[in-house]
Design a protein around this ligand. Structure first.
Ligand code: SF4
Length: 377
């Protein structure tokens, strides 16, 4: 199997590489100040690649200015929807250009109708040439909303039509000897997105060449609903090993998307951004205010991405149920706490009001020791 690595500025997307957190600005691209300020806020919360919409040639100069003002370590993706000539210009400025296959075939009334691979290749070739010359990657974003009558007629099942459209563009890029492509399938229906993306991955495997995938659930909404939709959609694919960049789309300020994306990656065990916590739900055996203590522990000990801390409600089942946690805080009866390290009781019967300081000392001592050992290895 040939797994393709795609370079997007200083990042490389591909098998075995970290899954990259992406977000998208919602400022006008003509407003350089507001867009750069929003990108800076996104970088502060951990965004690693940012998408900026470029609806027309009017935004080309401002895109260029934005690129020059944003640090080079943050790749910019130009989102181009309608005009191939805009994509051409963007490919000279930013590290990746997102196109919709619908823009490269017969437009506008009968998108895709009567098109052939040869015709698509002819239209896509100028862009591919600019990408090759500038080291720019392309994202082929297939969208349920712009599937052609031709593909729909040939593939009554939406999932099959989305896969057929993606494979058509993969074939075109292969004809043009261009492999710096990332694929994505957009649908606001989570099941369709998951099934179509999985089917696309299987189809690429069948053909022997696998390109990176960008994952996102579009129109997920906001609040808890939007977060759950994204967690279900992205999480189910990530757990299968699919996905190289992700975006959590929320109808909120973009800065809110990044922590959710990072939490999903961490929950899937793919990247660690903060301390990993486990806590039991508590039950009738719990004899202390576990909710309050857990909140305090999360606030105080959130900056250890390499460790897992368990907060358990009782000494009866707590030690057994905290699994592979590095540190365990187990509340007992009568206001005392037991602390564990790697499953072993290391501090017993500590008064609750001293327990957090004792935990801090424990973590500092062990983590310092590990750091020192690593230094001497
Ligand atoms: S660890 Fe103890 S307190 Fe927590 S849920 Fe299990 S039995 Fe209940």
């Amino acid at each position: 199997m040939n797994f393709i690595d795609v370079n997007v500025g200083c990042l490389t997307l591909g098998k075995g590489r970290p899954v990259v957190v992406q977000s998208m600005t919602n400022t006008s691209t003509q407003d350089v100040g507001a867009t750069v300020a929003q990108i800076e806020r996104l970088m502060k919360v951990g965004c690693e690649m940012v998408r900026v919409t470029v609806p027309s040639l009017r935004e080309i100069d401002t895109l260029s200015e934005i690129r020059s003002r944003v640090p080079a370590e943050l790749p910019i993706v130009a989102d181009v929807h309608y005009l191939p000539e805009v994509a051409l210009r963007c490919a000279e400025i930013v590290e990746k250009v997102r196109i919709n296959p619908g823009n490269y075939v017969d437009r506008p009334a009968d998108v895709y109708s009567d098109s052939t691979t040869g015709k698509i290749a002819e239209r896509l070739n100028p862009l591919v040439e600019v990408c090759k010359k500038n080291g720019t990657a392309l994202r082929i974003g297939v969208n349920q909303g712009s599937l052609s009558a031709r593909l729909k007629a040939a593939n009554p099942n939406v999932k099959d039509a989305l896969v057929a459209s993606s494979m058509e563009f993969i074939n075109v890029c292969q004809t043009l000897d261009f492999n710096q492509i990332v694929l994505s399938i957009k649908s606001s229906d989570v099941r369709t997105m998951v099934e179509a993306t999985t089917a696309l991955y299987d189809e690429m495997c069948k053909n022997g060449t696998v390109y990176p995938l960008h994952l996102g659930v579009t129109e997920a909404g906001n609040g808890e609903d939007g977060r759950i939709l994204s967690a279900v959609g992205l999480g189910s694919l990530l757990l299968k090993g699919l996905g190289n960049t992700i975006r959590v789309s929320l109808t909120e300020k973009p800065e809110n998307e990044v922590p959710v994306a990072r939490a999903i990656l961490q929950a899937c065990g793919l990247r660690n951004f903060t301390t990993r916590f486990v806590a039991c739900p508590s039950c009738g055996r719990t004899q202390y205010n576990i909710e309050e203590v857990f909140d305090k522990i999360k606030k105080r000990f959130s900056d250890y991405p390499d460790i897992k801390i368990a907060v358990m409600g009782c000494v009866v089942n707590g030690p057994g149920e905290m699994g592979d946690a590095d540190y365990g805080y187990i509340g007992g009866a009568n206001g005392v706490v037991n602390l564990y390290h790697k499953g072993t009781l290391v501090k017993a019967n500590i008064p609750e009001n001293q327990a957090l300081d004792e935990l801090a000392e424990l973590i500092t001592n062990y983590e310092l020791r590990i750091t020192n050992q690593q230094r001497w290895l």
